[in-house]
Design a protein around this ligand. Structure first.
Ligand code: GDP
Ligand code: GDP
Length: 435
């Protein structure tokens, strides 16, 4: 049986609070096919050595006022279809409600193991209400508190007893995590919305949600990728200053959480100082990067316009000009997918491994052609190179006097590496070591 548990229940019983407790911050929304509503959150949890996926179907049933039986049915069906264990959450502070009974009706039809979870058992009246839930006819009631964690251990012992395997520790390993950064108004949300189709609303401000890192997992045109976003910080009723502050904070968090950053700039405004600070931040955190010049539809063009624009950005980038630059129009849906493809390519470059023999064969020849300049009358000899394990391409160069290698020569080596091996968009790290 697959290690998947789903949490169902009416709004406000504490599903997302419990979900967050189980998965900490590792979560994603799956969006396999265009047009599929994004009505579940996926996260990954672990208990006594067993790894499992958690589905929170919470975003589904909207306000508590007009919940239709059909909506409940769909929510439960979704959970039952995908999960092997169902947690039916109710609110012990509130006691049994008609809506809970509606859920129970549907849940009873499932053949999968169901646990009734009476949440908020930390509140004063909860002990009094817990007994009511036996009326649901779904067996044992597990009193827990999602906020304090009490009772969750016993419940999880039960849940994982259904899982035969240890599961996969990180089902998202190897999937590029992409963040979209840029100044306000460059078109980031439009870009996201275009990728998402029309369904942007699931990352909703459902009452009480505290999610602050919502990542969306896509499979599109045969590529798997995760867009890293921190939508929870995008709350209503913020002042203008708040919005600016949070948008900066949001960008930094998304950046830290990503492998590759898409830095979006506005074609009409050109490359500005703030764009450079975003790129510098990406460099500081050793991220892969691509630059998208958006709103290309607004620029009057001749055949040289793109080239001139690109050259002027490259000049500003200096040693960071290995970052690829693309011209797109979100409005015209121009090169949207190519942009994602490029980001995935950068991710692959981040993980590229160069075989040691090839590395030495090529680079030692370049070093022979142009050896490091002698310093204080001493010859500097680089004897061999090797790639080290790392999140970004990292190389050790063994030499007699590592401290005598200066920045210009290091840049020469980096350029040669980039000429021979495609590391487009990926930072390179070179370490000189004594041999
Ligand atoms: P959901 O709509 O089912 O996902 O519910 P939420 O997780 O958004 O929680 C609804 C409200 O109940 C929030 O204000 C939570 O802080 C609160 N809540 C959730 N779990 C607990 C709990 O164990 N104890 C108490 N006292 N409050 C809780
Ligand atoms: P964000 O602040 O970076 O998320 O930017 P938005 O996505 O909200 O876009 C800001 C404005 O630019 C909106 O009025 C968009 O309609 C507009 N916009 C976005 N992409 C394009 C584009 O490709 N071409 C044109 N002409 N306008 C665009």
């Amino acid at each position: 049986m697959a290690n998947i548990v789903a949490i169902v229940g009416r709004p406000n019983v504490g599903k997302s609070t419990f979900f967050n407790r189980l998965v900490e911050r590792r979560q994603a929304i799956m969006n396999n096919e265009p047009g599929v509503t994004r009505d579940r959150h996926y996260g990954y949890g672990e208990w006594i050595g067993k790894h499992f996926t958690v589905i929170d179907t919470g975003g589904y049933v909207e306000g508590s006022e007009d919940v239709f039986e059909e909506a409940i049915r769909r929510q439960v069906k979704l959970a039952v279809d995908e999960a092997s264990v169902i947690l039916f959450m109710v609110d012990a502070q509130m006691g049994l409600t008609g809506l809970d009974e509606e859920f129970a009706k549907v849940i009873r039809q499932s053949k999968k193991p169901v646990y009734v979870v009476a949440n908020k058992s930390d509140t004063t009246d909860s002990a009094f209400h817990e007994g009511e839930f036996y009326k649901l006819g779904l067996g044992e009631v597990y009193a827990i508190s999602s906020t304090t964690g009490s009772g969750t251990g016993d419940l999880l012992d039960e849940v994982v007893s259904h899982f035969e395997s240890e599961g996969v520790e990180d089902p998202e390993a190897g999937i590029p995590r992409i963040a979209i950064l840029g100044r306000p108004n460059v078109g980031k949300s439009s870009f996201l919305n275009t990728l998402l189709g029309e369904e942007r609303s699931i990352v909703t401000d459902v009452a009480g949600t505290t999610r602050d890192a919502i990542n969306t997992h896509y499979k599109m045109y045969g590529k798997d990728f995760i867009l890293v976003d921190t939508a929870g910080l995008r709350k209503k009723n913020r002042t203008k200053e708040d919005i600016e502050f949070f948008s900066v904070l949001r960008s930094i968090q998304a950046l830290q959480d990503s492998d590759v950053c898409i830095v979006m700039i506005d074609a009409e405004r050109g490359f500005e100082a703030q764009d450079m600070s975003i790129i510098a931040l990406g460099q500081r955190y050793n991220k892969g990067m691509i630059i998208l010049v958006n709103k290309w539809d607004l620029v009057e063009k001749d055949t040289m316009t793109a080239k001139r624009f690109e050259d002027s950005i490259k000049e500003r980038l200096g040693p960071l000009s290995y970052i690829p630059i693309m011209f797109i129009s979100v409005h015209k849906k121009q090169r949207i997918f190519q942009a994602i493809e490029k980001a995935v390519e950068v991710y692959d470059n981040l993980h590229k491994k160069i075989p040691t023999s090839r590395l030495n064969e090529i680079m030692l020849r370049e070093i022979e052609n142009y050896p490091p300049p002698a310093l204080k009358g001493k010859q500097i000899k680089i004897k061999y190179l090797t790639q080290l394990p790392g999140r970004v391409p990292t190389f050790a160069l063994f030499c007699n006097l590592p401290q005598y290698i200066k920045a210009p020569y290091e840049r020469y080596l980096e350029n040669k590496m980039r000429t021979h091996f495609d590391f487009t968009g990926a930072p390179l790290r070179l370490f000189f070591r004594k041999k």
